[in-house]
Design a protein around this ligand. Sequence first.
Ligand code: AMP
Length: 418
Amino acid sequence: MDDDRTFESLGISEDRLAAIEAQGWTRPTPIQAQGIPPAMEGRDMVGVAQTGTGKTGAFMIPALERVEAGAGLQVLVLCPTRELAQQVAEDARLLAKGSTFRVADVVGGVGYEPQITALRGGWEIIAATPGRFNDHLARGNVDLSGVKVLVLDEADRMLDMGFRPQIEEVLRKAPRDRQTMLFSATMPNGVHALALRVTDDPAWIEATPSGTVADLIEEMIYMVKPQHKPELLLQLLGETGWNQVLVFTRTKAGADALSARLGREGIVTDAMHSDRQQRQRIRALERFSDGQTRVLVATDVAQRGLDVEGISHVVNYDVPLDPEDYVHRIGRTGRAGSAGTAVTFVTAGELGHLKSIEHRLGRSLERIALDEYGYSGESLASRKDDRPQHPRKAGGIGTRSADDLTEEELEALLGFES
Ligand code: AMP
């Protein structure tokens, strides 16, 4: 069984085993157990895996085994977002411990000079976003002739973001006899076609069957009126166990406004979205990772590649419009074996999006209708004194499972106030 495998049984070198041990990884995750042996043989790979499954180790451990110090750029990982590229570079540095390999991230929004130093200097391992990397290619700063391993990480996302031309350019310029590994959280037709075209007889590995999310994530849907969302969030944040919370809003302005509101309630919070400068985004992430910030309010810019251990709760303050985003957002909790909870606030106007998500997941999500925040007319303030520990479990707050209501009844109950 894959699950009984040890890192020692996967044919990994002593140096790498030491680095893995220094990371505190005791056993390979399923995708590592499945993916490392064929990749160590030099086989191409297609991995259906989202962040949180240990996919970075699955491609980086075998890739590092092929690197020769001082032989120029040999491992190139293309990632959709800066955050993911920086995370992959960081993981590579940790896994390369004990070697002299040099690792750089090459991403947009930061200065060119250090990147030129790394690229012209032939640093062995680069994790890059396609836009900036292609700029360097066009300027003649990069030599791809020594690339042995090319990884397309989160390929679905890169295609969604319109990076196909840049990816094609890299594919054209990289040596044909390279090893190619493609990872994607989902395998829609476009990605599937790309995977078949760029890989040769690949090993297909799947962390969780496409369309499912980690079993360790408890998912809850709260049916709520729009005007009650802030109150509901504040009450949930007052419960035990809500230690590190990632909240997603649909808009940048919404993220800023919610973060400001939480701040006024004395909650240490920060907002992260694409209008904030790269420096501010990095700081926001660092403070959240360190546990200095308890609640990070983000737009979808943060959802991929955001790799923070110990996120106890993910809140979809607004329902994501794209069902894929739901899967990716909630995958930020329940990381590497620890349990997490994903809570989604759904208004009547968002029911259609919820249905699309359920269709994508192939299962329905349990809905919780809260009298308090929905349609009983009783306000939270009037019940302050007997606030229950948890709205769902306590029952006293007037929870009712909405399972027995039809969508139409729910819509009627939750209808927008004019
Ligand atoms: P990834 O899916 O590559 O983003 O990894 C998700 C998280 O799991 C990261 O924080 C990794 O450091 C961690 N991780 C990866 N592999 C292992 C492992 N074998 N044991 C424990 N943690 C791991």
